[in-house]
Design a protein around this ligand. Structure first.
Ligand code: ADP
Ligand code: ASP
Ligand code: MG
Length: 593
């Protein structure tokens, strides 16, 4: 019998009437012949209210007790949902935790396994099951939660273990839009979006889905349908599945994260193990690092900049100052009040000219870019917080995201593709269910076809990146990684990689672009790019660290770093490529799937 999972977010269960509407929807699906598992969030802003309450009684609430407290929000919803279904003449049972086993990292636990026996029995007896979202229990039966927004992850994980035909995510918007429709008026609902794009968008600020839910969607081929829970709307929403909406668009969507802070450790000795010392310290203090910009060194010194959530800034400063002293760095500077605007698209991997268009759009809006990182499917720019929204609107309009692409894949076709992928993969999925949310690494790759161009001491002003990359794009050169960190005294450093045959042309084009402003262009023809690819690479914070550790042990210096949800890239000297590849293969041997 076919089974569907229906997840209802906070606003979709905010009051009694909405709960009854959700109950009717579940009953309708059951009447249509499906077994139904509902996953519910806390009602309305209940979780915020509980967080606030904790803050009133305690400055630094213990994480374990925070989980006990927050888990109650979902438990209220699930019990009243069961009552509503009973009242409508249906059969329903609410279950806390529903056998969701997690690790013990309170407030951000990861799912390890889900036992299905009890659920199957209840379903076979004709019950609608109502599961509390966003929570589980660890091996010692302590209650854990998965992190804010985690009910999406509960829903997709349940759909994976139960082999659900569909995981429906009911929310307060019509689907996944090209960007947050509450911030950009002409944002457009997409008929479908690929896993990789959604993974990036979610982790770059698109709050509509918890990014870890997309990891499950991709790993286990769960067809996901995001749609509006509004009582009278039965419109199709957005399918998150294996294919993109359009093959001929370079950019599919954009997103903004508001509260970022940037730190720069400058004058770091450019030798193996230095970044490791810094990031090891951050990891041991459990601080998640986001953009990492290590600009290639000059005079044996490099600058390492990175961003963290602004709320983590005080802790990060303490950690970094200690690490900086240990490695003999010259200075640590920081700046809060930053926002990160990103564009995402699968088409970017094969089309050039995205980065320079984005930089130009920002320059035209008179927005200075403080830092840049790219991966094959995204470009992120750090900007001043007060310009964040303006930056988001500028890029949304530059890439004409408000109007539908030509030849777009229809909702029906993407649904069919998602279902087909699920069927084709059924057996492999069962094998992957053993350790559900463990890191999945596909492999380690060496690319020695690129060279590196670095620009140092370039005056930092709006338009500088646009000028440089426009000239390079006009010369027909495809840029792969771009990393812009910050230098001192209003100067910036910028590094990028290009195919080796284009090295000299790229260096001289970049040199001419900065000629009037000042700065030095240099090229390094012999480099190797080493990448670790997988799913949810950035949110599994240990990946970068493991890479740095393995390379440092092999005596290999890391020149540049860029990260995305599907890949971490590092640049090393060309003659170290093979040794680096071997070191990484060994370091990831246990997780390469
Ligand atoms: P729920 O409580 O249903 O989980 P959330 O508030 O977590 O709902 O997510 C829905 C919200 O996500 C929307 O109201 C919208 O403002 C925001 N959002 C951000 N980015 C996007 C996007 N790209 N598409 C749709 N909604 C988005
Ligand atoms: N109630 C939790 C939160 O607000 C989980 C969720 O809704 O997804 O973060
Ligand atoms: Mg949500």
């Amino acid at each position: 019998m076919s089974l569907i999972v229906q997840k209802f977010g906070g606003t979709s269960v905010a009051d009694a009437e909405k709960i009854r509407a959700a109950a009717r929807r579940a009953l309708r699906a059951q009447q249509q012949g499906h077994q139904v598992v509902m996953v519910v969030s806390a009602m309305g802003k209940n979780t915020d209210m509980l967080v606030n309450l904790a803050g009133q009684v305690c400055d630094n609430p213990p994480a374990r007790e925070m989980d006990v407290l927050l888990s109650t929000g979902e438990q209220v919803t699930m019990s009243v949902m069961a009552m509503a279904i009973h009242d409508l003449g249906g059969k329903a049972t609410s279950l806390t935790g529903v056998g969701v086993r997690t690790d013990s990292s309170h407030t951000k636990a990861r799912i390890q396994s889900i036992s299905t026996d009890r659920m199957r029995k209840l379903l076979d007896d004709g019950n609608i099951i109502i599961a509390a979202g966003f929570q589980g229990v660890d091996d010692d039966l302590n209650i854990t939660t998965l992190g804010r927004g985690g009910s999406d992850t509960s829903a997709v994980a349940l759909a994976a273990v139960l082999g659900a035909e569909m995981c429906e995510i009911y929310t307060d918007v019509d689907g996944v839009f090209t960007t947050d429709p509450r911030q950009v008026a002409d944002a457009r609902k997409m008929s479908n979006v690929s896993h990789d794009e959604m993974l990036e968008l979610a982790s770059l600020g698109a709050g509509v889905m918890h990014s870890r839910s997309i990891e499950f969607g991709k790993k286990f081929n769960v067809p996901i349908h995001v749609r509006n829970s509004g009582v009278f709307t039965d419109e199709p929403g957005t399918i998150i599945g294996p294919i993109a909406e359009s093959a001929n668009r370079a950019v599919s969507g954009c997103a903004l994260t508001k509260a970022e802070a940037r730190l720069t450790v400058s004058g770091v000795p450019d030798k193996p193990g230095v970044s490791l010392t810094i990031f090891e310290k951050l990891a041991s203090d459990n601080i998640a690092v986001d953009m990492i910009m290590q600009t290639a060194g000059q005079d044996g010194h490099a600058d390492i900049s990175f961003t963290v959530l602004e709320s983590d800034l005080p802790r990060t400063l303490i950690a970094v100052e200690a690490a900086a002293a240990a490695v003999g760095a010259v200075d640590v500077t920081h700046e809060a009040n930053a926002s990160k605007v990103s564009v995402v698209g699968l088409g970017m991997a094969t089309q050039s000219g995205v980065a320079d268009r984005m930089f130009r759009a920002l320059a035209e809006a008179n927005i200075n870019i403080a830092a840049i990182t790219t991966s094959e499917i995204k470009v992120s720019c750090l900007v001043a917080r007060e310009q964040g929204l303006e930056a988001l609107r500028a890029v949304h309009s530059e890439f004409e995201l408000g109007s539908p692409p030509e030849n777009r894949v229809t909702f029906e076709d993407s649904l069919a593709a998602a279902k087909k992928a699920k069927e084709a993969d059924a057996i492999a999925v069962v094998n992957r269910l053993q350790a559900m949310e463990d890191l999945t690494v596909h492999g380690v790759v060496l690319d020695d076809s690129q060279s590196l161009v670095t620009l140092t001491d370039v005056p930092d002003s709006p338009g500088i990146s646009a000028d440089i990359f426009e000239v390079i794009a006009a010369a027909g050169i495809v840029v792969d990684m771009i990393v812009q960190g910050i230098g001192a005294n209003g100067k910036t450093n910028l590094s990028f990689t290009v195919p080796q045959p284009a090295t000299d042309e790229a260096a001289s084009a970049a040199g001419s672009a900065i000629e009037k402003r000042g700065g030095t262009a240099k090229s390094y023809p012999s480099i190797a790019i080493l990448s670790v690819t997988g799913v949810g690479i950035r949110s599994h914070t240990g990946v970068g660290l493991r890479m740095f550790r393995a390379l440092s042990k092999a005596g290999i210096n890391v020149e540049l770093v860029s990260t995305s949800e599907v890949k971490v890239n590092v640049v090393v000297a060309g003659d170290k490529g093979a040794a680096g590849l071997a070191a990484l293969q060994e370091a990831f041997a246990d997780v390469i799937g």
